[in-house]
Each structure stands twice: as C-alpha cells, then as structure tokens.
Design a protein around this ligand. Structure first.
Ligand SMILES: Cc1cc2nc3c(=O)[nH]c(=O)nc-3n(C[C@H](O)[C@H](O)[C@H](O)COP(=O)(O)O)c2cc1C
Length: 203
C-alpha cells in the first residue's frame, strides 16, 4: 500500500465540521459518485454492505423542503428550550431551506435477522462518516441530519422506497439524511470534550 501522510489524514478528520449554508452551484455527478464510493468502502458487519443511498437533486429536492419544514414543527419546542435565540432562528431557517444545499442523500439500512440490529445500523453510520470525510477532501460541505426521522414514513413514501420488497418485508429503515454542497459559511469548530470519554485499562 502506498504510504499515506498521517498529518494529512488527521488534518482531514479534524477539519470536518457540519456545514449548514451552501452555494447554489450544482455538484458534478462524477464527484458524487466518488463520495458515495468512499461510503461503500466502509466496513460492515459480515460484509453485508447493508447501506442504501437515495441521492436527490433538482425539483425533487425542492419538493422535499415542504417535508423538512414539517419535521421542524415536530422538534421546534424541544429546541426552543435548548438553544439560545440566535441559534434557534438559524436552525429554523436551516430546516426551511436546508441551507440551499443542491444535494440530499437519504441513508437507509437493510436490517435482516442474519445480523444484529445495532451492527447493521452502525455499519451504515460508518459509511456516513466516510461520506462526510470525502466531502471535505472534495472541498464540499456536509451536514448529517437526524431530523428526517421525525417524518420517517413520509420520507419513505416521498422516495418511493415503500414499493420495494426489502421495505415491505420490514428490512429497510431510514437512518439519516445528508445535505451536501459547496460551503457558503465557515462555522467555528464545535469544541471537543475529552473528559470521561476515553478509559484506559491495563496501561
Ligand atoms: C446522527 C446525527 C444526527 C444529526 N442531526 C442533525 C440535525 O437534524 N440537524 C442539524 O442541524 N445537525 C444535525 N447533526 C449535526 C450535529 O449537530 C453536529 O455533528 C454536532 O453539533 C457537532 O458539530 P460538527 O459536526 O460541526 O463537528 C447530526 C449529527 C449526527 C451524527
């Protein structure tokens, strides 16, 4: 294997941050294919590669905004208590516009009895992190979103996955959405807390 520069790797990992405001520029399909391929290089339980990605742009993406606004109504009360007013307003705008992102990716897990549920779900999230990092490498911004889970059934119908056999048999589950595009802001890096996060035994 070709030697990788470890400094580049750590810089990549550390520079990743959630981007919530995007330029309207379209994204090359070839670029998206590279990003998704990086996702598919993730490890997965029993190598089932149980991720399923639905990539949405254009008018279909615009149609999704109405659903995103609906998901906001489900969580706004909780956030009102938790966020300071300026952040609450920014978050509300983000749900209404998705930051103007040209691309949405909905990430599903295929869960079957031959693999533990959490292993299946975890495998998909490993792919999701690869996608986040590939976006950084491509000069793109990304934000992982659990918000679509507030309106899971409607998202399933919106994407048409309800027609699939693996959905009808109860195997297909939406885990998160990703918004992707060229960054149009540079938010500060969210602080990392190391206290009580790592426990060493036998050192
Ligand atoms: C599973 C998951 C769900 C998330 N859901 C949302 C969301 O619905 N809306 C949002 O704005 N950010 C969401 N985020 C982004 C987190 O808020 C963000 O990762 C965290 O605040 C740390 O900031 P950073 O990504 O810039 O390091 C989610 C992140 C993860 C991993």
């Amino acid at each position: 294997m070709e030697t990788l520069n470890k400094d580049d790797f750590y810089r990549l990992v550390e520079s990743r941050k959630s981007i919530r405001k995007f330029k309207p520029d379209q994204i090359d399909k070839a670029q998206l294919e590279r990003i998704l391929l990086a996702g598919c290089h993730a490890p997965s339980g029993k190598n089932r590669q149980n991720w399923r990605f639905y990539v949405v742009q254009g008018q279909k993406k615009d149609e999704y905004l109405a659903l995103s606004q609906k998901s906001w109504l489900n969580i706004k009360d909780i956030l009102k208590e938790r966020l300071k007013p300026s952040l609450y307003d920014f978050t509300e705008r983000f749900f209404y516009t998705l930051g103007g992102a040209p691309i949405l990716i909905f990430c599903y897990s295929n869960n079957t009895k031959d693999e533990k549920y959490l292993t299946s779900v975890g495998s998909v999230y490993m792919a999701v992190e690869n996608i986040n990092l590939a976006c950084v490498a491509e000069g793109l911004g990304c934000c992982t979103m659990g918000a679509p889970l507030e309106i899971k059934k409607e998202v399933d119908q919106f994407l048409g996955v309800t027609e699939l056999e693996e959905y009808r048999s109860g195997e297909l589950e939406l885990l998160c959405g990703l918004v992707i595009g060229k960054p149009d802001h540079q938010p500060p890096k969210a602080q990392r807390q190391m206290e009580d996060r790592i426990h060493w035994l036998g050192f």
